[in-house]
Ligand binder design. Structure first.
Ligand SMILES: NC(=O)c1ccc[n+]([C@@H]2O[C@H](COP(=O)([O-])OP(=O)(O)OC[C@H]3O[C@@H](n4cnc5c(N)ncnc54)[C@H](OP(=O)(O)O)[C@@H]3O)[C@@H](O)[C@H]2O)c1
Length: 263
């Protein structure tokens, strides 16, 4: 299958590690022109070097910016526009909100989660969509969580913000289908990233288990029997964001090894 991604301009946010980095690596493998965005320059530089080494694609660059700041978002999009005049693919991804139940989070936490996990998607999409309309096509993927389908205990901020992102996806998919802009939401179940390992370490310290035991216990709740790999998530994202996808839009897809039983 030809993914038709050669020389396509791809912007991936939250791309210095984990799922974002894996998605960037797969786009680089497909000869796209890849822009990584996140807040920490040193980490972005290292990630860029790793992706170039792994894929042989030197057309990987990065932009430093905070997705909680509208000005950073507009500046990154403007800089890419100045160089290429367009953005073909946008992957909206960022760090997730902290855990906690309703009584554990305060108003500041709500604003933080709103800005980082919902408003950032609105702002970034608003900045990029006019370019996609001008060029007559576009693909957008919003990375969320399995909380778009089933709420997760002790994760109230995700349970509220993530479904909002999918609501946005559905509306935009319908509004911009006529412009050949296809927009989908993908929700990770449990993917083996640094963040998952950090959370497992915290659980291990609390329970007295080893990290391996924590991960083994976690895997027991996943019908496929193990955590997902970032590259497994990335391959699906790349297909949906490619020229090979011409009809799937407005959908919410979980990559969770069948963990969530909701339809
Ligand atoms: N891994 C899983 O199993 C899983 C499960 C459910 C949901 N998710 C969600 O999927 C997303 C990706 O997960 P992950 O495990 O890859 O996360 P991660 O390892 O924490 O990576 C997050 C990335 O986002 C960047 N970032 C964070 N805040 C940012 C901001 N304000 N502006 C710009 N960049 C920012 C980080 O770099 P800097 O800190 O340097 O900016 C990093 O590159 C998260 O939203 C997570 O909650 C993941």
């Amino acid at each position: 299958m030809d993914l038709n991604l050669t020389e396509k301009i791809v912007l991936i946010t939250g791309a210095s590690k984990g799922i974002g980095k894996a998605i960037a690596t797969e786009f680089a493998r497909e000869n796209a022109i890849v822009y990584l965005m996140s807040r920490t320059e040193l980490k972005l530089k290292e990630t860029r070097e790793e992706i170039v080494k792994e894929t042989g694609n030197t057309q990987v660059d990065y932009k430093v910016g905070d997705l909680k700041k509208g000005n950073d978002i507009n500046q990154v999009v403007e800089e890419i526009k100045q160089i290429h005049g367009k953005i073909d693919v946008l992957i909206n991804n960022a760090g997730g909100p902290p855990p906690g139940g309703f009584l554990d989070v305060d108003e500041e936490d709500w604003y933080h989660a709103f800005e980082q996990n919902l408003l950032s998607v609105v702002r970034m999409t608003k900045a990029v969509i006019p370019l996609m309309i001008d060029s007559g096509s576009g693909r957008i993927i919003n990375v969320t969580s399995s909380s778009i389908k089933a709420s997760i205990d002790n994760l109230i901020l995700s349970n509220v913000m993530r479904p909002g992102v999918h609501g946005l996806t559905k509306s935009l998919a319908r509004e911009f289908a006529k412009d050949n802009i296809l927009i989908n939401t993908i929700g990770p179940g449990k993917i083996k990233t640094d963040r998952t390992l950090e959370l497992s370490k915290a659980t291990a310290e609390k329970t007295g288990n080893t990290v391996e035991e924590v991960i083994e216990n976690m895997s027991k709740d996943i019908p496929i029997g193990r955590l997902g790999l970032p590259a497994e998530f990335a391959k699906t994202a790349v297909f949906l964001a490619s020229g090979a996808n011409t009809y799937v839009t407005g959908q919410a897809l979980l990559i969770d090894g069948a963990s969530v039983s909701a339809l």
